[in-house]
Design a protein around this ligand. Structure first.
Ligand code: ZN
Ligand code: ZN
Length: 234
C-alpha cells in the first residue's frame, strides 16, 4: 500500500489557518501601505519583480533539496512534520492531489508571514526602501503559492488559467517537474516557476553542495529517502 500524508489534527489545522490569515493580512497591509505612500511603479519594478520571483524559485529549490537530501523522517520534531511529507511525495506523487488548500499552503504561509511583516517596517524615505519593498514583496507573493503551484504541476486537470501560465512558463510546468520525479530524485528541485532549474543543473549546484557537506560531515545524501522507498517496496 502506498504511503499517504498525515492528516492534520485540530491544533495543527488551527495553526495553518492562523498562518494563512497572517500572511494574507500582511500582504494586504503591505500593499495598502505602498498605495497610501503613492509611490507607484518605476523602471526598476519589472526588474525587481523578475529578480524576486527568481529568488523565490531558488529558495523553493534550496528548501526542497535540503528536505529531500538530509536528515531522517524519524528525527524528533522536524522528521515527521517536515521531512516525512517529502518522502511520501516521492513514493506516492499523486497523494499531493488529495491535500486541501489549507493543509497544502499553511506551512509556506507560516514561513512567509514574518517576511511580510518585515515589509511593513521598510522605510520608504530611505534610498533603498522602495526597491527593497518591491523585491521582498515579489519573493513573498511568488513564494506563498509554491506548494499550490507544485500541486497544479501534478494535476491532470488544472484550471484553464493555470494551464496557460504553465504553458507560458510563468509557473512550474508538469514536464519540467517530471524530471524531478525520477529516482534518485536528485535534480530539478525548484518548484515555483522552475526558472532556476536549468541554470542550477548546468552549474552542478546541488551536486557540489552535497560533496561539500559530505566532506565536512561524512553524511551521505538521500540515505533516508532511499531507506524509505526500499522499506515501502519490500
Ligand atoms: Zn523531491
Ligand atoms: Zn512533485
Amino acid at each position: 500500500m502506498l504511503p499517504r500524508h498525515d492528516t492534520s489534527g485540530w491544533i495543527r489545522r488551527t495553526g495553518e489557518y492562523v498562518s494563512l490569515c497572517l500572511a494574507g493580512a500582511g500582504l494586504c497591509l503591505s500593499l495598502s501601505r505602498w498605495w497610501c505612500a503613492a509611490l507607484g511603479p518605476s523602471w526598476q519594478t519589472p526588474v525587481l519583480f523578475v529578480c524576486g520571483v527568481a529568488t523565490a524559485d531558488f529558495l523553493s529549490g534550496l528548501l526542497h533539496w535540503f528536505a529531500d537530501t538530509w536528515g531522517s523522517a524519524a528525527m524528533p520534531l522536524l522528521g515527521r512534520r517536515v521531512l516525512h511529507p517529502f518522502r511520501v511525495h516521492h513514493a506516492n506523487p499523486a497523494d499531493i492531489l488529495d491535500r486541501g488548500f489549507v493543509d497544502l499552503n499553511g506551512d509556506v504561509a507560516l514561513v512567509t508571514a514574518p517576511v511580510l511583516a518585515t515589509t511593513l517596517w521598510i522605510p520608504f524615505d530611505a534610498d533603498w526602501g522602495a526597491a527593497a519593498w518591491q523585491y521582498l514583496m515579489s519573493i513573498c507573493t511568488a513564494g506563498l503559492f509554491t506548494n499550490q503551484i507544485h500541486q497544479w504541476a501534478h494535476s491532470p486537470t488544472p484550471p484553464r488559467l493555470v494551464r496557460f501560465l504553465q504553458t507560458c512558463r510563468l509557473i512550474l510546468r508538469p514536464q519540467m517537474h517530471c524530471s524531478h520525479h525520477n529516482a534518485p530524485y536528485d535534480s530539478h528541485y525548484c518548484i515555483t516557476t522552475g526558472w532556476c532549474n536549468p541554470v542550477l543543473e548546468k552549474l552542478g549546484f546541488f551536486v557540489r553542495l552535497e560533496h561539500l557537506i559530505t566532506t565536512l560531515t561524512g553524511q551521505q545524501p538521500r540515505h533516508d529517502d532511499r531507506s524509505f522507498s526500499t522499506a515501502r517496496s519490500v
